[in-house]
Design a protein around this ligand. Structure first.
Ligand code: SAH
Length: 355
């Protein structure tokens, strides 16, 4: 059975046109789903019984469920169970400018970044569009707050699930629905060049973030295998074209890993690499995990690194840390910190479910 949250407004209009019904029914349904956020067909009180019956026989509604929530002061981590019992996670962050949700796009990930917890589990499958939409709706329902920003930085590589991702963006951006402004949506990729090119043709002003993490081919090859398929030089070239075409600023994410990519020389190399680009660099204190031996750079090292970028007139910020207590920072969605026993248990649970 098709899921209703897979459908863009256009697709829903086609459904009604095929049924020889009015096109505007689609807008009505869309508004029920995304404005009033109903969870059962019967709640669509301005639709005729036959229409509701037809819809309910054709489409299913919510299929994913929150099975666990971990809350800290300004961050909550959600564990979702999908229809086939696979698990993904999403994170809610409360900023002073609004509430931001970090969503997952795949079960597991094939990119194999050496420092990343998510990628230790190979991709099992892509998430359907509706499973991305539902992460948002379920979190809104649970926390009772309006989500103002979405970052696609959870488990998975969004550009390895491109079509479903684009439909997701189209649905949450639509004016008749959640109407999340495209500037409030950020997609993060490890650098899949053909998809970055496709992304530049989108009619939306969605933000693009690139997981860079190394300023040289050699180092990037070592920590991010994707660099062998799409080398840094080509990536930067593609991004320059992207910026020229879209007139949009690109964000570079740069995790600081002690002794690996955090020396003064690396900072200089990074400054040279992005020199003249309309970009900013988000320096990210690494979230350590017991499974991986990389260490977080010292505070002074991070500050020194930041200063060098600034001296070279590169826009940079140091990411405010979210949820290090509950290990909920985006990109590190399964952790093994001691204070986090329950999540570890889940980890083991998932693994045993799969083996
Ligand atoms: N695959 C996409 C999106 C998911 S990862 C991408 O690569 O961008 C989201 C971000 O979290 C990436 O920048 C990733 O490199 C980073 N990340 C992964 N593990 C991390 C960790 N342990 N601590 C901090 N950031 C991490």
């Amino acid at each position: 059975m098709q899921n209703i949250y897979n459908l863009t407004l256009k697709e829903l209009e086609n459904y009604f046109i095929e049924k020889k019904d009015k096109k505007f029914r689609a807008t009505q349904v869309f508004e029920w789903l995304y404005r009033k956020k109903i969870v059962s067909w019967e709640e669509m009180t301005n639709l005729k019984k036959e229409v509701i019956l037809d819809l309910s026989e054709t489409f299913e509604m919510r299929t994913i469920h929150i099975t666990k929530v971990e809350k800290d002061l300004d961050v909550s981590k959600y564990l979702f169970s999908l229809d086939d019992s696979e698990k993904v996670e999403a994170v809610l962050m409360n900023h002073d400018y609004g509430n931001s949700v970090c969503i997952s796009t795949q079960v597991g990930c094939n990119m194999g970044c050496r420092f990343c917890e998510s990628g230790r589990l190979k991709k099992i499958r892509n998430l359907e569009t509706h499973e991305m939409v539902e992460q948002l709706l379920e979190i809104e329902k649970e926390c009772g707050k309006r989500i103002s920003h979405v970052v696609v930085m959870g488990i998975g590589e969004p550009f390895d699930n491109y079509e479903n991702l684009i439909k997701f963006i189209e649905i949450i951006n639509n004016d008749h629905g959640i109407a999340l402004g495209s500037r409030h949506i950020t997609v993060s990729t490890c650098g899949i060049i053909p998809k970055i090119e496709e992304f530049s043709n989108l009619p939306y002003q969605v933000n693009l973030a690139i997981s860079l993490h190394a300023p040289t081919e050699e180092l990037r090859n070592q920590i991010m295998p994707i660099n062998k398929a799409y080398p840094l030089e080509s990536l930067i070239h593609t991004l320059k074209k992207y910026i020229e075409k879209t007139n949009r600023r690109v964000t570079f994410e740069y995790i600081l890993l002690e002794g690996v990519n955090d020396t003064k020389k690396h900072a200089e190399q990074l400054a040279n690499l992005v020199h003249g680009m309309n970009c900013y660099i988000n320096l990210i204190p690494y979230n350590e995990t017991n499974n991986i031996s990389f260490k977080r750079s010292k505070k002074e090292t991070i500050l020194e690194f930041y200063d060098i970028l600034k001296k070279n007139k590169i826009n940079a910020t140091i990411r405010r840390e979210f949820g290090s207590k509950i290990s909920a920072a985006c990109g590190q969605l399964r952790s093994k910190k001691e204070e986090n026993d329950e999540i570890i248990l889940h980890d083991q649970h998932w693994k045993s479910e799969r083996s």
